[in-house]
Ligand binder design. Sequence first.
Ligand code: L34
Length: 284
Amino acid sequence: MANLIDGKAVSAKVKAEVRDEAAKLKEQGISIGLAVVIVGNNPASRVYVNSKKKACEEVGFNSYEYALDENITQQELLDLIDVLNNDDKVNGILVQLPLPKHIDENAIINAISPDKDVDAFHPYNVGKIMIGEFSFLPCTPAGVMELIDSTGVNISGKSAVVIGRSNIVGKPMSMLLLHRNATVTICHSRTTNLLEICNAADIIVAAVGKANFVTGDMVKEGAIVIDVGINRLENGKLCGDVDFEAVSKKAGYITPVPGGVGPMTIAMLMKNTLTAAKLKANIK
Ligand code: L34
C-alpha cells in the first residue's frame, strides 16, 4: 500500500514559513498585497479564488478582489491590469483562468508586469524558467516539486513521466524536473506507447484532465504518483486523473484528490507573492 503524500500538511508548512517572513517584513514597514481578478461565474474558479483570499489572511497579506462581470470587454480588463501594475499596494496580480471566450488569455497574461506575475505565466518569466534563472516558479509545478521532495526520494537520475503538455502545468513541470536532473518524458494525447513509458517511470505526474486516466497496470511497483487532475464527477465528487484505488496498491507514494496538489498551488502562490514583495524591497 502506498504512502499518502499529505498536500494539506505540506502546504501548511510552506504557508507557515511565508507567514513568518511576512511578519518580519511587516516590522520593517513592508506590507504585502495580492490582487485577485475573477471574471464571470465559473463555480470552480470561485472556490479557488476564495481559497486564495483565505490563504492571504492566514499568512498576513492584504488581498484585493476584483470580481468582474462575464461581459466585460478585453480592453476594460487590460485597463484594470494597467491600474494594478502601477499600484504600490499590489505586489502580485493573479487573473484566474479560464477567462470568457471573447477575451484573449495571452493578451491578458502579456499585460501583467513580469515583476507582479505571481503565476509565472508571462513569456518573460517562462523564458527565465527555461534557462533556470527564475524569480517565480509556476504555482502548480512548484507545488508538485515540494510534494515529491516531501517523500525524501532523491529526484536526480530518476525517470520521470509528465502526462500532459499544457503551458500551465505539463511544460513547466517537465522543466522543473529536468532542472533537478530527472530524465523526463512528456506524454500527451498522441503518445502511442504510454503504457510502456509509464511502466518504466520512477515518478509519474498526471495532468491530463481525465478521471481515472492513470490505471494500476501503468504504474511500476514503488513509483511516486502525483495527481494534478481535478475532475468533478456527475455525483458532485472530485476525483483526480489517477485511479486511486488501483494505483495506491502499487505506488510507493501517491497524492490524494482533494488534499494533494490543489492546496500546494495556493501555498506556492503565497510564496511567490512574498518573493515579489522581497524583490521590490531589494531583500534577498
Ligand atoms: N491564473 N488560474 C490562474 N492561476 C492558477 O494557479 C490557476 N489554477 C488552476 C485554474 N486556474 C488558475 C488554480 O488556482 C487550478 N487551480 C486550483 C487551485 C486550488 C485548488 C484546485 C485548483 C484546490 O484548492 N483544490 C482543492 C479542492 C477544492 C474543491 O473542493 O474544489 C484540493 O484539495 O485539491
